[in-house]
Design a protein around this ligand. Structure first.
Ligand SMILES: C[S@@+](CC[C@H](N)C(=O)[O-])C[C@H]1O[C@@H](n2cnc3c(N)ncnc32)[C@H](O)[C@@H]1O
Length: 121
């Protein structure tokens, strides 16, 4: 919050101290001049302790709260999700976990039907 104040961005920030899994769209107050829609959900979930880099491949099963619960909740707010994960996360497993969510986008118009874009950096 200190940096936000320095850069005069604090009026754009709303702090909600709540279990993310219990967060609802109604908890978020959008500015009157902005559309009531979230561009992106950025998440930095707990990786389950310091041992994440002691395995050749990190599994999203080690995440807490549960990966599927977190993704489902994030999709209530936006179709764009960024998640900060260990660099040794199994990409293959991640894709397998995410594929079922492609269906979440099916109501978004014909052009983007069942589109799921996974970018890994
Ligand atoms: C890896 S830390 C993220 C730290 C953050 N990126 C930062 O720079 O301060 C994970 C955070 O998720 C929070 N957390 C865990 N479960 C949560 C939940 N169900 N709802 C909201 N926050 C949760 C933890 O309290 C912890 O602060």
């Amino acid at each position: 919050m200190n940096n936000a104040q320095i850069y005069n961005m604090d009026p754009n920030i709303q702090i909600i101290n709540k279990d993310f899994l219990k967060l609802s769209v109604g908890d978020i107050k959008y500015p009157e001049d902005r559309p009531s829609k979230m561009d992106v959900v950025y998440m930095s979930p707990p990786w389950g302790g310091i041992g994440y880099n002691m395995v050749p491949e990190y599994s999203v099963k080690y995440l807490h709260p549960d990966f599927n619960q977190v993704i489902k909740k994030a999709l209530e707010f936006s179709r764009n999700i960024i998640m900060f994960l260990p660099k040794n996360t199994s990409v293959e497993e991640l894709v397998q976990y995410l594929i079922p969510y492609a269906a979440e986008f099916s109501e978004d118009g014909e052009n983007r039907k069942n589109e799921l874009v996974i970018e890994i950096e």
